[in-house]
Design a protein around this ligand. Sequence first.
Ligand code: 13P
Length: 240
Amino acid sequence: MKKIFAANWKLFKTPQETRAFFQAFKEVANKATGDLVFFPSALCLEAASNSLQGTKIQFGAQNCFSQVQGAFTGENSAQTAKDMGAQYILIGHSERRQIFGETDAMIADKVALVQSLGLIPLLCIGETLNERESKHTYRILETQLQLGLAKADKAKPLVVAYEPVWAIGTGKVATQEQVAETHTDVQTILKGLGFSAPILYGGSVKPDNAAGLISQPHVSGFLVGGASLEVDSFIKIASV
Ligand code: 13P
């Protein structure tokens, strides 16, 4: 199956920086060995959309509300992202869960809405360091998948990203053994719930660890934060 290399830009880059990035990135994008998906911040989606017109590079929003419109000040609509040309929406990133208090129930509603619009939810799951050390990783991931996919359509596309919270932005990448074991567990849990989805790894992915990680079982690609902000490092990761 084709790999997916996704870039989560979080709250980085202005529209001007977004356009400059894509101008340079388009020159090297043909080196990628899989699909490319960018998640710029919401206010840069239009710049991304314009820059990527006529290319195969895909993009999406980092979050959306669980309804397409209404009196929801400050929220973003998945329908608007779709109208702009988005194909994906990132749902349930650990920063959304931890900083903004997103619950599995909220996440389930968002996944369902995104699928109903014909967009692909990229559902993020992952355990904290404390949960891993107390050997609760399997149970945590199972709960996040069970609840987060409670309203999902098994027949519609879905992508899952396993991002251990302790590996995000810390430079502490999960070992190849941890990734192999956990991705196999995630695949088993998904199968038990009746889903089949590519499983991306995220958390301190860099050009020097990408090749080792991509060769592990059930690793269908990456969701990259910091190293996706530079053309050079991201294309090195996407061409493993
Ligand atoms: P880093 O690659 O910066 O660790 O971030 C990972 C991440 O959160 C991607 O969603």
